[in-house]
Design a protein around this ligand. Structure first.
Ligand code: DNO
Length: 365
């Protein structure tokens, strides 16, 4: 497996490529053209320039997160084909630049959501947290302002101000879209892009819904193993896969993450690894990566990745805000670097223990 860090690009990220390069074991970045709105095609020169910039720092682009899917596609509007064509052009250009992993999501209106972007903890750090009781008290038209005002001045992924300027209008697009309709729209999209993915060898890795249940009455369908299996059975291409995000799927304690990893062997193309601390039904904080800090067992999770022979890119995910760093919530350098180092340590231990066990089983032969 290849250790990476998410990087939003020069001008959008407080973290530099030079800093990422200095984290032991990091081989590449997962990045994007952050300023291109969902639905527009990505110019080839921009992709080339991004690639050159990353490579000149000694790193590689090991995947794109995200090429966002336009709401017309998600809601199944009459003009969706135009946006799908643009998506295909972007895929062709990424393929031409030898970039073969695309993470995307199929969440209506907005992406991940939290009730608090900087909840203070006893240790002096702050973390992002989710409490359904708080979300239930917020008017859906105000959620953008709430997320934006806690963003430290950064544009949060999936929360672009221009797109969400008229959030009520976006909500209306989904008035008649239930889980089944959303699933059909997703299948329509995937069937349209798969031939291009097959031609260029591009793996599409859907990001699970975060949290893994409907929010503000909007349907959410990438929430558990059953739904993922249904998606893979319906669009059964080897280029249709998942970003196994432990924090998103793990928001629902019914999702047993190591079990899900094992049963999705062969469909996991990218992994986001982070921990959560449950406080009750539909209420959790994002914890430090360390197992004992949260509710997920990171050893069991990394072991499951090891056991299925996962060799794709993975990255530490949202970190706490520590040591006074001012960064996009979840995406500072310090706690993600600690997370990367911890995950590296787990991986080395798991790999070497397995070798030792195999050697002792064969008597060292
Ligand atoms: C949040 C991220 C998501 C993710 C998208 C993928 O921090 O995990 O924004 O990148 O859902 O399209």
């Amino acid at each position: 497996m290849k250790l990476t860090l998410r990087w939003f690009g020069t001008g959008f990220d407080s973290v530099t490529l030079g800093q990422i390069r200095q984290i032991p074991g990091v081989k590449g970045v997962i990045t994007t053209l952050y300023d291109i709105p969902a639905g527009e095609e990505w110019p080839l020169e921009r992709i080339r320039a991004l690639k050159e910039e990353v490579e000149s720092s000694g790193l590689k682009i090991l995947g794109i997160e995200s090429v966002n899917v336009h709401d017309a596609i998600k809601a199944g509007l009459p003009d969706r084909d135009r946006y799908i064509e643009n998506y295909i052009k972007t895929l062709e250009r990424l393929g031409a630049c030898d970039i073969r992993l695309v993470c995307y999501n199929f969440m209506p209106v907005f992406d991940w959501v939290r009730s608090d972007l900087a909840k203070p903890r006893e240790d002096g750090t702050t973390v992002m947290s989710y409490d359904q009781a708080v979300i239930d008290r917020i008017d859906s038209s105000r959620i953008f302002n709430r997320m934006d005002s806690g963003s430290n001045g950064f544009i949060l992924p999936g929360w672009e101000p221009e797109r969400l300027a008229d959030i009520r209008k976006l909500f209306k697009l989904y008035r008649d879209v239930d889980d089944q309709k959303l699933f059909e729209n997703m299948v329509y999209f995937l069937k349209a892009v798969m031939p291009t993915c097959e031609k260029y060898g591009i793996k599409m890795a859907v990001h699970p819904d975060d949290p893994a249940w409907p929010v503000f009455g909007l349907p959410r369908i990438v929430t558990n193993l059953e739904n993922l299996n249904r998606l893979f059975e319906t669009v059964d291409s080897p280029y249709n896969g998942v970003t196994l995000c432990t924090g998103s799927l793990g928001s629902n304690p019914d999702n047993n993450i190591p079990e899900i990893i094992r049963s999705l062997k062969g469909r996991i193309y990218f992994a986001h690894v982070r921990n959560l601390k449950y406080h009750g039904p539909r209420s959790f904080d994002e914890a430090a990566h360390l197992s004992e800090d949260g509710s997920l067992d990171m050893f069991e999770i990394m072991k499951a990745f090891y056991d299925i022979g996962f060799d794709g890119p993975f990255r530490p995910d949202h970190g706490r805000a520590i040591w006074g760093e001012k960064a996009m919530p979840g995406y500072g350098l310090f706690d993600r670097a600690l997370g990367a180092t911890y995950l590296n340590g787990l991986w080395e231990a798991i790999t070497k223990m397995d070798r030792l066990n195999k050697a002792s089983a064969t008597g060292g032969k």
